[in-house]
Design a protein around this ligand. Structure first.
Ligand code: NAD
Length: 497
């Protein structure tokens, strides 16, 4: 079958990049599998898309929010109808197993339905005025053109978390997905078009950092919503700073599960395996540190290693596979370098630590699920984001020591504690510095209607998901209506009965 060439979507048309350059998208489980050819766009393409979004904003902002929401409702229905196809495309381009890509698409369905419902909410406030014959209220207003820049690990869920709320609030969008997963982005964009979005309201431009730079520096941009690494997030933040453009950043993590001596150990083992090796350790919320109470350390390590050994690596399209490949060769090399660093630092490599070989693995970027014991909190493998199937296990003597170890990082996305002691659970909830804390569940598993985001160098104070997302995609307008027919002076005139 000839390889399909995919185009950008700008101003209601599928168009090739002005520069004429393209790139390949290959399956990380089988590098001979060429998925498609995509546009290596230029800053000029991004400018065209921004101009289209600016024009479309003039009318889209005036469409009543419940009407905007109807488009999203139809979009959610279409995604639901095509869930299996989208999940298969995603596994093929990104590698995670089908069960998880179905979950990724489901997140997009959930978020899009949720935002469709929000078309009839977006509540403001009405409050009493200080003065008689005067009305006081606040309303949410859209901001304008939003740049949406996304990573490869949740190729449909993350774009939906940004694009659906941006649109229902009345903004228009230019979307630049990661170059490793452009097909899922195009699938999502296609659905929005089919659901009836007017031209220019959503635009998609594939490409690299130069496109991202235009999207974060251009004066037509009112908002940049970025999810990706902290290194790139810092650049985006700096690029947007001169014009005071609003920036929302969701970045790296170094997430921890703590297992206390009173925990239900078999449950905690399942949580660690799912949190650590689900999505091949490539979730922003993946468990990469495990903090074990010394009283259960040896027993738990034996259980964890035995359970991890049972994981089957392979092509995520096979229903038998538990763990797919990592995303590409540079990422696999980076993971292996961290393993060498861990060994060099004196950590105890108890499982894995090698490129995975064997039947069906030689053509893909597979890496063995890896566990380090005896890790000290100051080691680099305990501090830096590895973004692969590597668990660093640290022994502690108490809850307080565990929390201190957990907090000893520049990141603050997700965290978890396994304990049957309600007092310990609440103490941990209070003292852990992270955007998310799970009790008796692993660090992964966000729900669309709950705030999502991290503290410290994981985020810049905003939250996606839930009711908090509006704080980012809208601006408050405070409105006073004086119906007295005369001048009334706030703080000066006093109303007397
Ligand atoms: P990345 O930072 O390399 O890329 C993210 C996006 O930014 C991509 O679309 C990329 O093309 C674009 N980009 C690159 N250079 C740019 C520039 N100079 N200006 C503007 N855009 C630019 O991240 P990645 O490798 O795609 O994803 C993995 C990272 O994402 C990990 O660090 C992970 O923790 C993080 N992540 C965070 C969350 C979260 O919610 N906190 C969720 C998923 C992933």
């Amino acid at each position: 079958m000839p390889t399909h060439t995919f185009q950008n979507y700008i101003d209601g048309q599928w168009v090739a990049s002005r520069g004429g350059r393209v790139f390949e998208n290959r399956n990380p489980a089988d590098r001979d599998d060429l998925i498609g050819i995509f546009q290596q766009s230029t800053p000029e393409d991004a400018e065209d898309a921004l101009a289209a979004a600016r024009r479309a904003y003039a009318t889209w902002r005036l469409v009543p929010a419940p009407k905007r929401a109807e488009v999203l409702f139809r979009a959610a229905q279409i995604i639901a109808e095509r869930k299996e196809m989208f999940a298969r495309d995603m596994t093929r381009e990104m590698g995670k197993v089908l069960e998880e890509t179905r979950g990724d698409v489901q997140e997009a369905i959930d978020m899009t339905y949720f935002m469709a419902g929000e078309g009839r909410r977006q509540y403001g406030q009405t409050v009493p005025s200080e003065l008689r014959d005067k009305f006081a209220m606040s309303v949410r207003q859209p901001l304008g053109v939003c740049s949406v820049i996304t990573p490869w690990n949740f190729p449909m869920a993350i774009p939906s978390w940004k694009i659906a709320p941006a649109l229902v609030c009345g903004n228009t969008v230019v979307f630049k997905p990661a170059s490793l997963t452009p097909l899922s982005a195009i699938n999502f964009c296609n659905v929005l078009v089919e659901a009836g979005l007017p031209k220019g309201v959503v635009n998609l431009v594939t490409g690299g950092p130069d496109v991202g730079t235009t999207l974060s520096t251009h004066q037509d941009v009112s908002v940049v919503s970025f999810t990706g690494s902290s290194a790139v997030g810092r650049i985006v933040n700096q690029n947007a700073a001169p014009d005071f453009t609003r920036v929302h950043l969701e970045m790296g993590g170094k997430n921890v599960i703590m297992v206390m001596d009173d925990a239900q150990l078999d449950l905690a083992v399942e949580g660690c395996v799912w949190g650590g090796f689900g999505t091949t350790g490539q979730r922003c919320t993946a468990t990469s540190r495990l903090v074990l109470h010394e009283k259960i350390y040896d027993t738990f390590m034996n259980m964890l290693v035995a359970r991890t050994k049972k994981l089957r690596l392979g092509d995520g399209l096979s229903e038998d596979t538990d763990v797919g490949p990592v995303i590409n060769e540079p990422q696999r090399k980076a993971i292996h370098q961290y393993v060498e660093i861990g060994v060099g630092e004196g950590a105890d490599l108890v499982l894995g630590g090698k490129i995975a070989t064997g039947d069906g693995l030689k053509n893909g970027w597979f890496y063995q699920p890896t566990i380090f014991g005896g890790v000290r909190p100051e080691m680099r493998i305990a501090k830096e984001e590895i973004f692969g199937p590597v668990l660093a296990v640290i022994k502690v003597k108490s809850l307080q020591e565990g929390v201190a170890v957990l907090n000893d990082t520049i990141y603050g996305l997700s965290s978890a504690i396994y304990t049957r002691d309600i007092n310990k659970a609440f103490e941990a909830i209070r003292d852990i510095k992270a955007g998310i804390t799970y009790v008796n569940a692993p660090t992964i598993g966000a729900e669309a209607h709950m705030p999502f985001g991290g503290v410290k160098q994981t985020g810049n104070g905003h939250r996606e998901g839930g009711w908090t997302v509006y704080d980012f995609f809208t601006e408050w307008k405070t409105v006073y209506v004086d119906y007295s027919g005369r001048i009334q002076k706030a703080q000066i005139d006093t109303y007397h009965q």
